[in-house]
Ligand binder design. Structure first.
Ligand code: MN
Length: 250
């Protein structure tokens, strides 16, 4: 991405949203793309929101994978330069913690979080909790998010954690192959109830890797659900300005 071709002229307020980068030391070209994005486009933004799965996997703040230091450093530069950076964990990097926050200057967000985005109450989520038709996944999520499971996992030696993370990735890959597409998408009732509960007129989430701006009616009000795209082939970024939203491919 070249910041000079940004469609938003400098000086215009812009808030950026990204998710599902799935950064992995095994894909250095993607890490360089993200580094350029953080130092360029993002450095001119009013704020950057990372809505989960920044990393392909994260086995604890005490073991930053070799090759990812560039990203940690670029996030720190961005926040130190005065751009607020918010991080919400996804299903791959839910073990990101306070040490990561201190190293990068990111502010950790709960899932879900309601923000006021240029006057519009906007609910932010990673998106996996919306996939309520995927019962097997929700059961696994419940197990992995349990504080006791997490403290036991984090007390294991690094090699054991690495082996378990790889096993979970393989398990997820196989489970994904055998599930029907619609089971792994956001459930409309889960979307409606989350938006209703928080009084949101807009929902922004990632996780499903199905980028789109959905417009629909909820309780006689026009609302939007924006799904962020993944960064497997191209980058994907949502730009919010006082005049509207643009879902861009980098
Ligand atoms: Mn995800």
């Amino acid at each position: 991405m070249n910041p000079s071709i940004s469609p938003v002229p400098s000086g215009v307020a812009e808030t950026l949203f990204i998710s599902d980068l799935h950064l992995d030391p095994e894909r250095p070209a993607l890490i360089r793309l993200v580094e350029r994005f953080l130092a360029g486009r993002a450095a001119n933004a009013e704020a950057l929101y990372i809505l989960g799965d920044l990393f392909e996997y994260w086995i604890g703040d005490d073991t930053p994978s070799a090759g990812l230091e560039i990203v940690i450093h670029a996030l720190h530069e961005l926040s130190a330069g005065g751009v607020p950076v918010y991080f919400m964990a996804g299903n791959r990097d839910f073990l990101v913690g306070e040490t990561f926050a201190a190293q990068t200057g990111c502010k950790l967000l709960r899932d879900p979080t309601l923000i006021e985005l240029y006057g519009v109450p906007t609910l932010l989520m990673h998106g996996d909790t919306l996939c309520t038709d995927d019962h097997a996944y929700q059961a696994l999520r419940h197990q992995l998010r349990h504080p006791q499971w997490q403290s036991e996992f984090l007390s294991l030696p690094v090699e054991k954690r690495q082996a378990q993370a790889l096993a979970l990735r393989e398990q997820s890959r196989q489970a994904t192959q055998s599930k029907r597409e619609e089971i792994m998408d956001a459930n409309p009732q889960a979307v409606a109830s989350a938006m209703r509960e928080h009084g949101a007129l807009r929902l922004i989430h990632g996780h499903t890797h199905r980028p789109a701006i959905h417009r629909f009616s909820l309780d006689d009000r026009d609302v939007q659900r924006i799904v962020l795209g993944d960064w497997y082939v191209h980058g994907s970024v949502l730009s919010a300005t006082p005049s509207g939203l643009t879902l861009e491919t980098l």
